[in-house]
Design a protein. Structure first.
Length: 72
């Protein structure tokens, strides 16, 4: 449960750490809670969101590197 709460807080600003924490929470909690409970469905959804945000941030960084610097 602590891992889940930590992941939720981390998700607010540190996407890569959130993905790691949420993944760890899923690995642990699916053993005790299964995968079909509302709690776990919510956790899995949050993990998907974190993955999507991490991918978006990564692609944004790649695009920034591809744009040449313009000095006006």
């Amino acid at each position: 449960m602590r891992t889940y709460l930590r992941a939720a807080m981390v998700f607010l600003g540190y996407t890569e750490d959130a993905v790691k924490s949420l993944t760890k929470a899923v690995d642990i909690l699916q053993i005790t809670h299964g995968t079909n409970t509302p709690f776990m469905k919510d956790l899995l959804f949050k993990l998907e969101e974190a993955h999507a945000e991490a991918s978006f941030k990564l692609s944004s960084k790649d695009e920034e590197r591809d744009i040449p610097y313009r000095h006006n």
